[in-house]
Design a protein around this ligand. Sequence first.
Ligand SMILES: Nc1nc2c(c(=O)[nH]1)N[C@H]1C(S)=C(S)[C@@H](COP(=O)(O)OP(=O)(O)OC[C@H]3O[C@@H](n4cnc5c(=O)[nH]c(N)nc54)[C@H](O)[C@@H]3O)O[C@H]1N2
Ligand SMILES: Nc1nc2c(c(=O)[nH]1)N[C@H]1C(S)=C(S)[C@@H](COP(=O)(O)OP(=O)(O)OC[C@H]3O[C@@H](n4cnc5c(=O)[nH]c(N)nc54)[C@H](O)[C@@H]3O)O[C@H]1N2
Ligand code: SF4
Ligand SMILES: [Mo]
Length: 707
Amino acid sequence: MSKYLVKDGVKNLIKPGEKLITTHCCYCGMQCGMHIRVNEKTGKVMGVEPRYDWPVTMGKMCPKGVTAYQTVEHKDRILKPLIKKNGQFVESSWEEALDLIEKNFKKLQAEHGKDSLSVFGGVSMTNEKCYLVGKYARVALGTRYIDYNGRFCMSSAAGGFIRTFGIDRGSTLPWPELEHSDCFFLAGSNTAECHPTSIQWFWKAKDKGAKLIVADPRETPTARVADVHLDLKPGTDSALANGMMHLLIKEGYVDEEYVENRCNNYEELKEMVKNWTPEYTSQITGVSVEKIIKAAHIYGMSPRSVVMFARGVEQQSKGVDNVALYSSMALLRGQVGKFASGVATFTGQGNGQGGREHGQKADLLPGYRKLTDPEAVKYVSSVWGIDPEEMPQPGVSAYEMFDEIQKGNIRGMHVICSNPAVSAPNGEYIWDGFKKLDFLVVSDFFLSETAEFADVVLPATTWAEDDGTTTNTEGRVIRIRKVREALGESKSDWEIMSLIAERLGKGKHFQYKDASEIFEEFRIASKGGKADYYGITWDRIDREDGVFWPCPSEDHPGTPTMFKEKFETPDGKANLAVCDWKEPGEYPTPEYPHILTTGRVVFHYLSGNQTRRVDFLMEQCPLPYAEMHPELASQYNLLNGDKVKLTTRRSNMTVEVRLTKAIRKDTVFIPYHWGKELSVNQLTNPCLDPVSRMPEFKVCAVKLQKA
Ligand SMILES: Nc1nc2c(c(=O)[nH]1)N[C@H]1C(S)=C(S)[C@@H](COP(=O)(O)OP(=O)(O)OC[C@H]3O[C@@H](n4cnc5c(=O)[nH]c(N)nc54)[C@H](O)[C@@H]3O)O[C@H]1N2
Ligand SMILES: Nc1nc2c(c(=O)[nH]1)N[C@H]1C(S)=C(S)[C@@H](COP(=O)(O)OP(=O)(O)OC[C@H]3O[C@@H](n4cnc5c(=O)[nH]c(N)nc54)[C@H](O)[C@@H]3O)O[C@H]1N2
Ligand code: SF4
Ligand SMILES: [Mo]
């Protein structure tokens, strides 16, 4: 019996003939601790028990997590490779599928060069797999074109943190410390639905008197319990943050000593925020002057405060500015690098933190090394056993790969662990891109909308069928355990990549017995980089309930709290953000008079390819809908349940109206977990942030008609 079961007291829950295997949920960045029930004789997955002794989530789980086990042996699992013949998928052997991939990949590269192939990755995979995706693109395919779904998720947070703190680690503090905080300033995070198991920490703190401020255009279940709800107009976070800083300075809430010793740009910032009086801030954001002043006082007076945000502020064409500005609020208060205070973004996907550190990004190598740095290229080439000359140049971001398809530069793609046909903006352009490709391979365990465009679909395993690690929202590296043998003929993503590498004559660089050997190589590849995992081992993770990176050596304790003494900038000081508010890429006009924003519901996960297959979740939320205020709806004679046609400069779609007073009168919200004619990404604006290349999923201009 493992120590977890004994410690947790759940050993009593084990039924005869069953065992419990300790792992973490496959979905969001909370990575809730769980034990999966397995039948000892058949090896089948039977159910789940929460893990009460996991220090981050303490036995809490959400409706997606408690049903995740049902996807493992789901009847829709792809169990053999599929090859498209005359427009229909036909099951094939691995030999036949790999023959076809080898033939087409070689032909495309012979005729159009190495860069005619591309890889679109994802971060619902373990660190081991994410690391290998970067190596696979650069060593096996030898292409510059690789990027991943985190470009739609964490890239603005990364850009903002690098600018402000010099390094991108999503949280500056460990979650259990939240209990001891006095104030949470939450911007663009619907924590209650998207990171539900974090809420317990806010409640614990609130019981001791902590205050909650929420900035969101909607009165979400999170905003409903706030002390102040700043109901801002989408796309105005920079204005709100500047307005808050104006008041922090004016009211004497700045920790002058901290700012003097640890921050740059204070004089410039003071000059910038001079104009951002509460009246002007109110005019731009639509939030009342009273609420702005109340929020500034609560935040300014709290001895220990945490500024937290998520995609609401990041998925904008000014997402990097927003992150840098909100982070600067915390710096003015001298909160970063101390107990129970700091800055955190909620990591989206399960391994959204780890997966962005290891080289799936167009310009990065493992350990956050830069492809443009010759020393970094030399080092990683030596670990990979290639000549530095062979290392491809940086490529382009996820959405921009579809521009390269349109230009005829990218002709083949391997999508691993993502469903961009649903989740990328400007959907019709994406679908057209997939049709234009000469050859598309998709690795997935369920036939996704993206896989439907594929020439070959390769059956991958789920998270329950392989060992490895992920890095949770705190920056804590944790263990994912193999719960059962691979179903049917499915194979782990690392095995699939290794098999293709073999076919392309690069097999010698991909000789792994199991995932632990990949982790050992990755430790070395990250060594000396900013995201240094060298001191982390699977054994240590088991012993210590996870290890926080950076962790440069085995005797290093790991880094739960960041920036205690210095920041990771060249001069060791944080850079306060000096930037004005700028309008989003699209704002209301007489022709498109309202704002459309998009996001999530508690019952579905991302493109929905997993959660749309779970009966309970579909019963709770079968279809998308347009959330709008009764006053807005009345302008169009729309009643609850009516159909509304929404049109943007890209396309149109028709969905049911859901009336609620919990949204601004100028804004419509649609959840995005469905594909094809139900996909709100037909409407969204692919306008990109200039630094992070993040699309503006959260703001575009829309017109409404009764359908
Ligand atoms: N149930 C569920 N949980 C999830 C996921 C899921 O799909 N379903 N996905 C996971 C992933 S990958 C991610 S990235 C996270 C996302 O987690 P969140 O970012 O919390 O989720 P969203 O619904 O995308 O957006 C959050 C809020 O931003 C608000 N918002 C819209 N525009 C603006 C704006 O201009 N400014 C501000 N301040 N707020 C705005 C929206 O009203 C919304 O309530 O959730 C993770 N957890
Ligand atoms: N309009 C709008 N669009 C958005 C957003 C928004 O807020 N609004 N949010 C964006 C964000 S934050 C994100 S993170 C993206 C996510 O967008 P996607 O990347 O499309 O998200 P998923 O649905 O998780 O897609 C993962 C796919 O890989 C499969 N899969 C899961 N695990 C594995 C694995 O281990 N191996 C393999 N091979 N396959 C696996 C799943 O079945 C699924 O088909 O969507 C973005 N798109
Ligand atoms: S909060 Fe996130 S990690 Fe936890 S059970 Fe829900 S989806 Fe899974
Ligand atoms: Mo995400």
